[in-house]
Ligand binder design. Sequence first.
Ligand SMILES: [Mg+2]
Length: 497
Amino acid sequence: LVVACGLAAYWRPDLLPVWLALLFFIGLNLFQSGFTRFCLLEKGLKKLGLRAESDHIREMAMHDALTGLPNRLLLEEHIEAAIDHARATGTKVGMLFIDLDNFKQINDSQGHKTGDQLLVAVSRVLQAQLRAGDMLARWGGDEFVVIVPGLREPKQARAIAEALAAEVQNELFSGLTDPYITLSIGVALFPDDADTCEALLIQADKALFFCKSQGRNNIQVFSDMRHRGVGYRDVDFTTRLSAAVKQRLIQVHYQPVIDARTGIPVAVEALARWQDPEHGWVSPALFVPMAENLGLIHEVGYQVLERALDDFSHCGLKDRLQLGVNVSNRQLLSKTFVRGLRDLAAHHEIDASRLKLEITESIALEGGGARERLRELSAAGFVISLDDFGTGFSSLSRLHELTVDEIKIDSAFVRRVKTRQGRVIVKTIVSLAQALDLGIVAEGVEDEETAAILREVGVQLLQGHYFGPPVSNDQCAQFMHCAFPVPRHAGFGPVRA
Ligand SMILES: [Mg+2]
């Protein structure tokens, strides 16, 4: 900055006061933060008479670059004003916290450009539905906030949320057989649920969180949740999850993996499941990241591993099937992981080659000893499977750097295999795997047409609801009894040898 100012002063010494003032304000700008910073710069520019420029900066500071919508700064100003107006007129302000379900998958699988286009398209549809005086803002990522002032009753807010969700479906996804973008909307009201801007945002966010725990694609109004007894404490899933892990209440379900040629099950994948006593099944997409944030993922992973090996050792098929277990970053990096796993397998008399350790590619490619650990596991005879393959961008080019035996193509690609482009991508992954002599599994197979295409392009193993959803140990036993003529007393079932 100083150099630039010096050069400018050399070029136009007559404007020296202007250059010095600019240097001062920009320097100040760097030392201040957020909105204050922006205000100071704006005032400075105005003093210099550069009004047009300052308007442009204000515009940029208050609006989201991608969608052109107001951002958080402008939104918060607007909420304050709406609350003041509601106080004066005795009306209510509705706040709708909107999240696009499954957006991350689209972003990961089709690239950020498609994701961005989708965000713009959704924002246009939402914007077109608003009345004068309403405001739509982009909160960040795939989250939007709508402010609807002048309401008389809470149910008006719900009706507006329903209309928005329906319109997005109709406008953007009605022609698709697989409408994978839906909306989750959490609603809170002033003054019913909160009386400040910040508290209102928190309550709406809690309602949104509750939406997601209910399987997404739904609308929750905070005051309704409270009336049903689902208050602040009850939606505190983090406390509940910690308790569930401590009491070893995390369950394990099993999903079969099928040989694409013969249709015979060759493996099962063990999957962590959590049933909260009050809210029922909580989606793993929700509680697994939560466990990671709480530092509980190591414990969850270990409990699943112990339970799965125990079930597997009693299934009567441990010499015919393989058991897939998902391994988290923390588990993999733990110094005792390899030894612990070897001891556990030996204790249950399970051959290492029967254990498939599923590791996501982002973890495998990370530093911090992950690759070294993979080599150790491989040397100990365990099978290494690269999970969610394709969702990390560097995967294709760096695959040869890793000690892996198999790749699992992410369901985001499998879902698109019926399109020409989708098929080309899967074909490319398959030829790459073949060239490196790796096994290939496709996840998320939902119908026969998909299964047929995958078989044709050379995928060896298939997994998905079409062949069988994740089920409890007992149900898995029944499934396997149908697939194999095993003695009744054995099996994945409750009767132990
Ligand atoms: Mg997996």
